[in-house]
Design a protein around this ligand. Structure first.
Ligand code: PMP
Ligand code: GLU
Length: 395
């Protein structure tokens, strides 16, 4: 039996692969420390769980409109007004099964076969595969660590061809932790408007910004860029709700309608109980989130400072999300525990085999000189992981 060419061309998610390998090793009783998947280690706040339980007891257990309940869409519109100064109506909102689902819907809504999508690297692993899944062509725009892993409006402009349909923008960034300033975003928005290019703006880490850095939505500058932007967001990261699977988009109403039509034939509505929980998350207090953010911030500083104190590796201080990109280029050509290090894959493999520490090699992010650590894990684990890194490199 032959698998279709399209599906054969899609590779598995390396972040989820590392995570399941780590979880299996742990279940097998191995003393493994995991920095793989970016998943808050905190439990979902109690008031959100209570809302879900109340929804079950109230019989909120039936189909809802395919693109989400009106109540949740209103809570999302309120969030955009409050946090981003953006006015949307429920007709602009589509609720899906996680932000991943929102993204694949968004690419599907705007791409025709052969359309190019500019994806700045290092990128989150799923974007190129999602573009390919929707018959588009990923065009990688490489950024440099010395530029804070950011691309300029000029570089964006120079990457545009007659086939360019969209730009992917992730700020705060997974995997680099970098956040674009308002000025940088305005310049990027101007280029997008001049060239009539959609912006898929993944803002799932918007609340996770540190050191007084401000998150700005690119859609907020004027109506033209707002019309071209599809904002991707969700409750997974902010409210420690990865397993609940609620993501959402804000876009112009035509795009929202097209995505909603497809969703009505594919998944139907996202889980009704999870939608009720998401209403409580978006309308509720942020005390639990603030506690989580404080912990992430402390771990971020600890991790980055310790990495930069070790010979042979280094990292930038991330400004957002919960990842550190560690530069391993100085280790290339060296032999560690009997293994010649030629790329991040080799390093991640020897780190896992010899020290039982799981990190994500940068190859999947188009960053072969880096490995990604997630600091969405306890300070104790972080200390242990970095101690083991020291041990590995001293051998
Ligand atoms: N975008 C980015 C940048 C992410 O890191 C993630 C994490 N999985 C997602 C989207 C998808 O989130 P969700 O769990 O809501 O599908
Ligand atoms: N986004 C997270 C990560 O990058 C979760 C895993 C995934 O969805 O790919 O690790």
């Amino acid at each position: 039996m032959e698998i279709s060419n399209k599906f054969k061309g899609i590779s598995p998610s390396p972040t989820l692969m590392i995570d399941s390998k780590f979880k299996q090793m742990k279940a097998d009783g191995m003393d493994v420390v995991g920095f793989g998947a970016g998943e808050p280690d905190f439990d979902t706040p109690q008031h959100i769980k209570d809302a879900a339980i109340a929804a079950i007891n109230a019989g909120v257990t039936k189909y809802t409109p395919a693109s989400g309940t009106l109540e949740l869409k209103k809570a999302i519109c309120d969030k955009f007004k409050r946090d981003n100064g953006l006015s949307y109506e429920p007709a602009n909102i589509v609720v899906s099964n996680g932000a991943k689902h929102s993204l694949i819907n968004a690419f599907g809504a705007i791409l025709n076969p052969g359309d190019e999508v500019i994806i700045p690297a290092p990128f989150w692993v799923s974007y190129p595969e999602m573009v390919k899944y929707n018959d588009g062509v990923p065009v990688i725009l490489y950024t440099k660590e010395e530029n804070g892993f950011k691309f300029s409006a000029e570089e964006f402009k120079n990457t545009i061809t007659p086939k360019t349909r969209a730009l992917v923008l992730t700020s705060p960034s997974n995997p680099t932790g970098m956040v674009y300033t308002k000025e940088e975003l305005k310049a990027i928005a101007d280029v997008a408007v001049e060239n009539n290019i959609y912006v898929i703006s993944d803002e799932i880490y918007e609340y996770l910004v540190y050191d007084g850095v401000e998150h700005v939505s690119i859609a907020s500058f004027n109506d033209k860029i707002k019309d071209l932007t599809i904002i991707i967001n969700g409750v997974s990261k902010t409210f420690a709700m990865t397993g609940w699977r609620i993501g959402y988009t804000a876009s112009n109403a035509d795009i929202a309608k097209a995505m909603s039509n497809v969703q009505s034939h594919t998944t139907s509505n996202p889980n009704s109980i999870a939608q009720a929980a998401a209403v409580a998350a978006l309308n509720g207090p942020l005390d639990d989130f603030n506690m989580m953010k404080k912990a992430f911030d402390e771990r971020r500083k600890y991790m980055a400072e310790r990495i930069n104190a070790i010979d042979g590796v280094s990292c930038l201080m991330p400004q957002g999300a919960f990842y550190v990109m560690m530069n391993i280029s100085a280790l290339k050509g060296k032999t560690i525990s009997g293994k010649l290090i030629e790329s991040a894959d080799d390093f991640a493999e020897v780190f896992l085999d010899k020290q039982l520490v799981a990190v994500v090699p940068g190859n999947g992010f188009a960053a072969p000189d880096y490995v990604r650590w997630s600091y969405a894990t306890s300070l104790e684990n972080i200390k242990e992981g970095i101690d083991r890194l020291e041990k590995l490199l001293s051998e």
